[in-house]
Design a protein around this ligand. Sequence first.
Ligand SMILES: [Zn+2]
Length: 130
Amino acid sequence: MRIAVAARARFRCEYCLQHEDDAIQSHHVDHIISEKHDGETALHNLAYSCNLCNWMKGSDVAAYDASGRMLIPLFNPRMDSWDEHFGLQFGEIVPLTAIGEATVRLLKLNTPQRIAERESLASCGRYPRT
Ligand SMILES: [Zn+2]
């Protein structure tokens, strides 16, 4: 099942798009809806995730918006289109929707270190520019 999940994702993290060849640690198979919330271990509930995204997401399925009043579901790679919810700008993952914003914030996708790493990878053709 791991091979099927990895191949479907083309060996990239389905949240931050980092290729596993560019990661220090192996990517993980993430339960989009965690087992804690009765998520199945089945292809339709699994995503390929880098170590950092997987660790930051944990068992969460949603995050509060910036106002702290509205609970927003996290990006679901099986239901949502990455390009609909995110854009790229010089290594920064730019949220385009409330789902994108909640996911960027909870997974801490835009720490200075992660942006610098993506800029560096993009400069040598290892990460998409836009
Ligand atoms: Zn990631």
